[in-house]
Each structure stands twice: as C-alpha cells, then as structure tokens.
Design a binder for this molecule. Structure first.
Ligand SMILES: Nc1ncnc2c1ncn2[C@@H]1O[C@H](COP(=O)(O)OP(=O)(O)OP(=O)(O)O)[C@@H](O)[C@H]1O
Length: 527
C-alpha cells in the first residue's frame, strides 16, 4: 500500500472514506462520472441506483479491482493509491463478495486464514488464529463453527465466513454488494443484526442494495447514483422509498403492482407425485402434485433450499425426474422419458432459471449469442446451414429495446453487462417467445425497482393473455403481489396452498417453517 501524505484537516472529524472526482470509462460506456462521496465513520451508508448506474464499478475502484481514470480516494483522511485488493486490505477495506471466494472443501478456519499476507498466521500457529476467530465470531454474533466444512454451510453462513475473513484481516470498512439477493428472509435479518453490531463497534459499512426497505431499515445515510453520476445524498431519516425511487429512475415508480382478478381456464401443466433427486441421490422434491391453468400465476413460496429450485429445473427439463408424471396440455412430457429441455421449448415451455450464471447465460458469449441460447434451431435465426447473424442481431436489438437492456449493444460480452441487465436479457429471451407456459425462478433478483415494476407487468400481461405461469421466488412480497394461488414448499413437499387473497407474510412464514397450514391459519386468526 502506498499511503501518501496526510491531508486531514486538523480538528474536523474525518470521514472513513472520501472519494473525489472518481471517473471511469469502459470504452464508450462512461461508468462513473466525477463521483464525489463521503462515508462517515461508524455508519451504515447505502448506495442505490438503477441497473448499470455504476455502483459496482465504484466499489471495485475503492477495492482496487479497477483503477479510476481520474479522481482521488481518501481513507481516514489519508490520500491512498489503491492498486489491488492487498492495498485495500492494508488500509482496512474489506469486501464481502456476491459470489463467494471460498474453498468449499476446506473448513471455516482454514478459509479464514488462507491467503493472509505472508502466511504469518500459519507460522504463529493455527491455535492463535482459532482464538482470534472465536473472539470475532462471539463479538459479532456470527454463529459459526470454525471446524465446519464450508461446502456444508448454507449460503447465509458462507456469507458470514466472508465477513469473518474480512474482519480477520483487520477490516474497518466493509463493502457489501447486494448481500441479501441470495439469502432467506431469516438470514437477511441476521445479517442486518450483524451489520448493526459492526456499526456499534465503530466499523463503517457500505451497502449496495436494490431493496429500499433494507435501505430504510438499516442505513444512516444513502447516496443515489444515476447513469454513472452521483445525483443525491440524503440522511435516511429524511427521505422515503418514494423519493429514492424517483431520484434513481427519474420518474415516479409504482411500488405496488396493480392487477385484476385471474380468469383461469384449462389446465396447462399437470404434475403428479413428482420426485426429484440430486446428484448425491438425496430426495429434494417429494411427491409434488399440483396444476397450473391457462390464465393464472401459481407461486411457489419457500425458504430457499427446500426443493423449489430442483422442482423448477426438473420441469424445465434440465434435471431428471426420479418418479412421477408431468403433463403439458394432456400430453406426457415427463423429463427423461425422451423429453429434454429442447423438446419442452419446442412445445411452448419457456424457462428462466434461478441461477443465471450457472444455467441461463454463458458470460463469455456476446449478448446476441446469449439472446438465442437454447433457440439456435429457430428457423428465423438460420440462413441455409449457417446462423443468420444479421437476423440474430436484429432480434437481440429488439429484445434490448423492449426490456430496456443497457447498453443496447448486441455485440458486448454478456459478462460486461451489469447484473440486472443480464437478468433483463434472459427474461426478454424467454418472455418474448410468447410461450404457453412460463417457468420463472427469482425473476427480479438483482434488478432495480423500475425494472421490477416492468417485469411484473410483463408477467401479469402474459397471464392476462391466457398463458400459464409458474413462479418460484424467495421474496414473499413478490409472490404475494404476483401470484393468484400460492403453494408452500417445505423440506421437498408441497405442504399447502393459500389463495393470494388470504395470504399474508405471517401465515406463509409459519407454513414455510413447516407448520401445518390449518394450524398456521388458526394461529393467525387468534392474533
Ligand atoms: N469490465 C467492463 N467492461 C465494459 N463495460 C463494463 C465493465 N464493467 C461494467 N461495465 C459497464 O459499466 C456500467 C456500470 O456497471 P455497474 O456494474 O457498475 O452497474 P451497477 O450499478 O452495479 O448495476 P447493477 O445494479 O445491475 O449491478 C454498465 O453499463 C456496465 O455494462
């Protein structure tokens, strides 16, 4: 770390971080435009902004992953030249990554000490490291066993290992980029309690999130970015979700979805006694039976990891079925029995998988390659024996314009789109096929509020056009506002159904925790 001359003004309280005039371009994209930002020490500071507004780029500059083209970074009043993560760590900045950088086969303790500069910890003895880790773990109520194998931990616990790793390296400032996207509501609550404790101990937290309720509940200050520029700073107590969304998007956003009653018609999807096993032979879906009719949205609620992902993947033909029958418009299409994902697509099933990196998008591809993934055999994309790249480019440009994917450049590598824009492209690809049945998992993960409003409207429009929609989401708000009927999954089984009109967070929450549906409704009735 090259710390330069101190420039602190004597007497005044120094902000933990001060960015001045940070500017960054990626080719034609002006990702950060002369950004100024002050983050006070001992506070939780939120950063919000539309997809592609430049939030992750700014944090990557602070963490040394990218170098700014211009501008300065002061940490604790000192001018710093941060050229890599080692420099960032040396001035006390820690990053809690969205995609965890942990070795799954190693225990927590080894993951935490792995890569600490010069292996000094190892020479000092693993026991001292263990003591220090246990102290941190107690001090911040992290609830982690140092000897647990990381691969056996839930996503929420793995994230806590990342936090522990940063604290172990002496982080005074922690950056979290959309930390709750992959968490259950309970795990998210726990994370916010940890952040609160960090703050009480004088640490500084920078939190990027699209969830305005998290901003309102957890932060002291909030800064808003729009199209690469910093457009506003507010004390959280002096703003509102409405004001923030307007600042972000530049127009009023409907924070509530308006939709009429469903008019369900014939059964499109019929699932009977479906059982799905994972690669280790563990039964993840147990005798699921339900149907989805044309003109309705059926939501599946559940704490993540309770089989809903495997269920959706099996129905999309990317995971094999161990037992049971799946029918589409009365025809047997049980995946595995000669039916695969391609055949399902031909029969009008579109699938937006939950994990866009693993399943839906090859990030090394260009946007136009990603935009036809799975649909390469569409005659509209062919010219003789070759792919018709002009037609594909035009189709991609059309998807980008319909779903407001930015930048609207079909030739840009998929990896160089912001997370939310990648998601919009996958949704555009599937929804614009106008399928009979849409299987959609976590449709708005990582997506900004303006785009959420748009995506929700598109899904309702599909329903109103007589299509069947099966929605899996861990966001109860999303399930409750979109679905007409809600199935609750717990431990691989569908344990009950609730009409959207009767649903509320408490009843669903109890059922998701395995409480019998009648009991859950009775408990709610008494309260
Ligand atoms: N390595 C890169 N090469 C080219 N363009 C990039 C690169 N990284 C980011 N960009 C572009 O910079 C802009 C800002 O992206 P960034 O990821 O910072 O946005 P964001 O506000 O974090 O968005 P989201 O909320 O969707 O995660 C986007 O237009 C993006 O496509």
């Amino acid at each position: 770390m090259h710390q330069m001359h101190g420039t602190g003004e004597t007497g005044a309280v120094q902000p933990a971080i001060e960015l001045r005039g940070i500017d960054k371009r990626f080719g034609a994209v002006h990702a950060n435009k002369e950004i100024d930002l002050k983050v006070d020490k001992g506070t939780i500071h939120g950063i919000v902004g539309e997809n592609g507004a430049g939030k992750s780029t700014l944090m990557s500059i602070l963490y040394g992953f990218y170098q700014a083209d211009a501008g300065t970074i002061h940490v604790d009043g000192k001018l710093c030249d941060i050229r890599g993560s080692e420099d960032a760590i040396a001035v006390g900045i820690g990053m809690v990554h969205q995609h965890f950088m942990l070795v799954e086969t190693f225990p927590v303790l080894e993951n935490v000490i792995l890569g600490v500069e010069g292996g000094a910890v190892l020479r000092d003895g693993v026991d001292r490291a263990r003591e220090e880790l246990q102290r941190l773990e107690r001090e911040y109520s992290l609830d982690i066993d140092p000897d647990a194998i990381v691969g056996d931990l839930s996503v929420g616990l793995q994230q806590r290992v990342e936090i522990l790793k940063a604290l172990f390296r002496g982080a005074e400032i922690l950056i979290l980029d959309e930390p709750t996207g992959v968490l259950t509501p309970q795990e998210a609550d726990h994370l916010f309690r940890i952040l609160e404790t960090l703050k009480e101990q004088g640490k500084t937290v920078v939190l990027i999130t699209h969830k305005l309720r998290e901003i309102m509940a957890a932060t002291d200050n909030v800064s808003v970015m729009r199209q690469g520029a910093m457009v506003a700073h507010r004390k959280t107590a002096e703003t509102s979700p409405e004001e923030l969304s307007e600042l972000m998007v530049g127009r009023k956003v409907l924070l509530r979805l308006e939709k009429g009653d469903a008019n369900p018609a014939d059964t499109v999807l019929k699932v009977e006694n479906l059982c799905v096993d994972n690669a280790q032979g563990v039964r993840k879906v147990k005798n699921a039976s339900f149907n989805v009719r044309a003109g309705e949205i059926v939501g599946i609620a559940g704490v993540s990891g309770n089989g809903q992902s495997e269920l959706l993947e099996a129905l999309g033909g990317i995971r094999s079925v161990s037992e049971g029958v799946v029918e589409l418009n009365g025809q047997d299409v049980t995946p595995g029995k000669g039916v695969d994902a391609a055949e399902l697509r031909r029969r009008g099933v579109a699938h937006v998988p939950e994990d866009r990196h693993r399943m839906a998008m090859v990030t090394a591809f260009s946007a136009k390659e990603a935009a036809i993934l799975g649909y390469e055999d569409d005659p509209a994309y062919q010219k003789g024996v070759f792919l018709d790249w002009q037609a594909i480019s035009n189709a991609t440009a059309n998807m980008m314009s319909e779903f407001d994917v930015r930048p609207a450049n079909p030739d840009l590598k998929a990896a160089n789109f912001s997370g939310g824009n990648q998601q919009k492209l996958v949704l555009a690809r599937e929804i614009m096929r106008n399928p009979e049945l849409l299987l959609v998992g976590q449709p708005t993960r990582g997506v900004d509020i303006g785009a959420i409003e748009f995506i929700h409207k598109r899904i309702v429009a599909m329903r109103d056009a007589g299509k069947a929609v099966l929605l899996v989401s861990v966001e109860l708000d999303e399930i409750m506002s979109l679905a007409d009927r809600i199935l609750v999954m717990c431990d691989g089984a569908i344990i009950g159904e609730v009409a959207a009109s009767e649903a509320n967070e408490r009843v669903l929450g109890l059922m998701m925790a395995g409480v019998d549906p009648n009991e859950a409704k009775a408990v709610e009735g008494q309260s």
